[in-house]
Every structure is written in structure tokens, then in C-alpha cells.
Design a protein around this ligand. Structure first.
Ligand code: MN
Length: 197
């Protein structure tokens, strides 16, 4: 099973002015692609080379001698997931099951937004903030570098990439502005709903 770079689910200029075509040329075309190329090289001629991506991630997690494989495979997955979490004309309040479970587990959409933004803003250095389903409820997580919820017994529902490469060309050091724009203009709630178990 080859590790591949998936097609973006939207046109590269369709998230403007919130995420520029130039950001996507680098973030998708260079960074995401490099994780795919590196992961493929690292698993070549190993017992993992024909395994599905999620198996590669789970088998390499927590194994220091496989750190390169974990970092690159998890970053392939995280980025493919992230592109599906955003769309043109997205953002705002959720619908369907996501709306229902967010109200149940956070108290209100506003409270969810506060916790999600706080996790994204306070992830020190590179990483990700997530809405996950774990132990039967929705929760906020943040993970450093390539780390990913599936190796912590959690099902990812939504993520925001807070590596500087995700926002620096458009927002420079203003990570909070990128996070607010992500919530208000970009979240694909249909995709979030499709992930709820
Ligand atoms: Mn990234």
C-alpha cells in the first residue's frame, strides 16, 4: 500500500483571503509532500512497507528507533485530515450531531470555541489542537510536533495545524488571528459530523 499525497478537497485559491494560495503551495505542495516522500523512503524494504498508514503510525509510536517513521507517517495523516477539516465558506456554528454533542459535552458552542482556541494558542512551538471523541465524550486535545490522537486512544473529529508553516505567510506571528479565522470562516462541520461515531 503506497503512501500517497491526496488531492486537496478544494481549489488552492478558494480559501483566500483567509489562507492564501501561496500558503497552500508551500504547506501542501512542499511540507505535506515532503512527509509523503520521506515516509515512503523510510519504510522501503522494512516490514512496514505494505502496511496501511494507520498501522505504520501505531506500530512506530513510542519506539525511539522508529521516530523518523512515526514523525513522517503521522504528519502525512495529520495533514490529510486537516485539509478535510476546512473548506471555502466554512466556519461558524456546527450543525447536526456535532452541534448536539458540543452542547452536551461543553455546555455551549461558545464554551467549545473558548477551549479549542485556548488549546491552539497555548500549544508551545509546533503542533496541533484537536476536537476528539474519547471515553464516550467530546474533548479538546493538543499534541506537539507530529503526535496524533489515534495513539492516545482518541478518535479525531477536527484539527487545526499550529505549526508556523500553516499560517506564517498570511498571519506572521499572529497565531490567534489565524485560529479565530479558522473557527469563524473555515471549519468544515460536515466533515466533523462524518467522523462522529
Ligand atoms: Mn502543517
Amino acid at each position: 500500500m503506497a503512501i500517497t499525497l491526496p488531492e486537496l478537497p478544494f481549489a488552492k485559491n478558494s480559501l483566500e483571503p483567509y489562507i492564501s494560495e501561496r500558503t497552500l503551495e508551500f504547506h501542501y505542495g512542499k511540507h505535506h509532500n515532503a512527509y509523503v516522500v520521506n515516509c515512503s523512503k523510510l519504510i522501503e524494504n522494512t516490514e512496514l512497507q505494505n502496511e496501511p498508514l494507520e498501522v505504520i503510525i501505531k506500530k512506530s509510536a513510542g519506539n525511539a528507533s522508529m521516530a523518523g517513521i512515526f514523525n513522517n507517517s503521522a504528519q502525512v495523516w495529520n495533514h490529510s485530515f486537516y485539509w478535510n477539516c476546512i473548506k471555502p465558506n466554512g466556519g461558524g456554528a456546527p450543525t447536526g450531531k456535532a452541534a448536539e454533542l458540543i452542547n452536551k459535552d461543553f455546555g455551549s458552542f461558545e464554551k467549545f470555541v473558548e477551549e479549542f482556541k485556548n488549546a491552539a494558542a497555548t500549544q508551545f512551538g509546533s503542533g496541533w489542537a484537536w476536537l476528539v471523541q474519547k471515553d464516550g465524550k467530546l474533548q479538546i486535545m493538543k499534541t506537539p510536533n507530529a503526535d496524533t490522537p489515534m495513539v492516545h486512544g482518541a478518535k479525531a473529529l477536527l484539527t487545526i495545524d499550529v505549526w508556523e508553516h500553516a499560517y506564517y505567510l498570511d498571519y506572521q506571528n499572529r497565531r490567534p488571528d489565524y485560529i479565530t479565522t479558522f473557527v469563524e470562516k473555515l471549519i468544515n462541520w460536515d466533515f466533523v459530523n462524518s467522523n462522529i461515531e
